[in-house]
Design a binder for this molecule. Sequence first.
Ligand code: GUN
Length: 281
Amino acid sequence: MYKLIDGKKLAQEIRAEVKQKVAEYSRNSGREIGLAVVLVGEDPASKVYVRNKIKACEEVGIKSFAYYLDKDTAQARVEELIRSLSVDNKIDGILVQLPLPPHLDEKKILEIIPDKKDVDGFSASNTGKLSKNEPCLVACTPNGIMKMFESENISLTGKNAVVIGRSNIVGKPMAMLLTNANATVTLCHSKTANLKEVCARADVLVAAIGKPKFVTADMVKEGAVVIDVGMDRDENGKLCGDVDFENVKEKCSYITPVPGGVGPMTIAMLMYNTYLSAARS
Ligand code: GUN
């Protein structure tokens, strides 16, 4: 019998904890914590994510500053905005929602964000520190997944962990966090040979591919912990994950649902990182 990991409930608990910390910080410092959220363009999924991030700020007592820029905004204009937010002492965290429209140089834009305000944990400094297991701001989605393991007392020491997807946002930092937690990690991607066999050996399987129902039952070991990072649409346009949930679930010890799994954790960890950015400066 599998157990669902309820990300919605856990995220709510984390937001409640962050709310208390934010209130205490504001009482002691006499200032509000501020998060700047920058969205360029009209990507419907990004609009939903940004709306939810702003809603979460309201809930935990963080002041949000939303910047909605036209899809054709010039590189120089975006850079100018990020530079001004970087030196604005009302702003503790800067989040640029990805993906950016193709004409923009994402790397150049993200590099302007100072390490201390990098609440996504994407900077070279933060990712470098993560790889050395030093304190840093950690990317929200993989950090939220680590909280899920913690909340269920899932030990990672000595476990075979397989991550599918090598993105800078999820796959790579996830592999680092699992390594730091003493798992033996395999980071798979589109060029991996014998992917099914590799996955079928996983005690812990994290799917972050972006393809609906990609992970099928034959790829999952009996008793595995399966974490689904996907936010996809199935053949009928219904929201689903990277895991073929209905056919995989019975093989798992733990599995995360979509929706209500990893998604809410990302936002809760963003709130936590924004608090940390303020508290550490
Ligand atoms: N797009 C998808 N996930 C994320 C995320 O965690 N942060 C940002 N900035 N953009 C995203």
